[in-house]
Design a protein around this ligand. Structure first.
Ligand code: ADP
Ligand code: MG
Length: 272
């Protein structure tokens, strides 16, 4: 074991952060690690596949209901003892998700030790950099490394580069780029080039496979429901890479022109 990991997973909304986070959590639990997952997205769906489809009360809900927070009403055990917390979000149309994350994370540090006493803590952070929510767990000193998830498509890569700008500002090291495939032509090549462009590496290429959605619909991770599938093997390898990662670097965002060039080449390739 090479030390405890406190990671945040970033990437455009809908790119697969929660699926990846929950499958990595399950794979690490299988290996005997103590794991905590902190869902920071207002969708509060990071832990649902570790809890057989059950939704847990969110920290923001409890705060709104003026319930006293304690470990029992906030931290729930899921698959193989993975500890699950959902921060939740503001009521739609009112309030700010970022502010909620700050409030919830501050409250959490006071009532539970799972944030510091787990082999792996995964923060599943909301999609795009829109507000303070992006940096809340980092600024609280709770995260020590980040991973960026992207496919080879234009928008997720563009978002990934913006995330790098945020990480650079916060002086937060990046441990790698994870490709969650959308079956774009030459996707692995594009994302490898992007990863190297920002001074990082591609740590996993997760294929697009409907089994992820099928398991999710039934309330399970792939690790739990389809442990012998090829994609379960990919998540297991990614989990090991995360637990054993030794190379972290503060990312260097790509210049707009180089990024456009990379994406334009890719666009032409798509059309041929
Ligand atoms: P995010 O948390 O980034 O918003 P999700 O993890 O909720 O994204 O993923 C969005 C959708 O894509 C979900 O329905 C999920 O099941 C599906 N998905 C994620 N990864 C894969 C994959 N590798 N293959 C197929 N579907 C996937
Ligand atoms: Mg999500």
């Amino acid at each position: 074991m090479s030390g405890a990991r406190r990671i945040a997973i970033y990437g455009k909304g809908g790119i697969g952060k929660s699926s990846t986070a929950s499958n990595v959590a399950a794979a690490c639990a299988d290996e005997g690690y103590s794991v905590t997952i902190i869902g920071c997205d207002p969708k509060s769906d990071s832990s649902i596949t570790l809890l057989n489809g059950r939704r847990i009360p969110t920290v923001m809900d409890l705060i709104r209901q003026k319930v006293d927070l304690n470990e029992e009403n906030v931290v729930y055990e899921g698959y193989k003892g993975v500890r699950c917390v959902e921060v939740g979000g503001p009521e739609p149309g009112v309030g700010c998700a970022g502010r909620g994350i700050i409030v919830a994370v501050t409250a959490l540090t006071k009532i539970t030790s799972v944030l510091t006493e787990s082999d792996l803590v995964i923060y599943d952070v909301p999609g795009d950099i829109v507000c303070g929510g992006f940096s809340a767990p980092i600024q609280k000193g709770l995260v020590s490394e980040a991973y960026i998830l992207s496919s080879g498509e234009y928008m997720p890569i563009y978002a990934a580069n913006n995330i790098c700008k945020g990480l650079l500002k916060l002086n937060m090291p990046l441990s790698g780029v994870i490709c969650n495939s959308r079956n774009v032509p030459r996707e692995e090549e594009i994302i490898t080039e992007f990863a190297s462009g920002i001074g990082s590496t591609l740590v996993a290429f997760i294929p697009k496979d409907n089994i992820v959605q099928d398991c999710e619909r039934d309330g399970f991770s792939v690790i739990e429901k389809a442990p012998d599938s090829a994609i379960a093997g990919v998540y297991r390898r990614l989990a090991r890479a995360i637990m054993n990662c030794e190379r972290k670097t503060i990312p260097r965002p790509m210049e707009d022109a180089s990024l456009r060039e990379l994406l334009m080449i890719h666009d032409t390739r798509n059309k041929t």
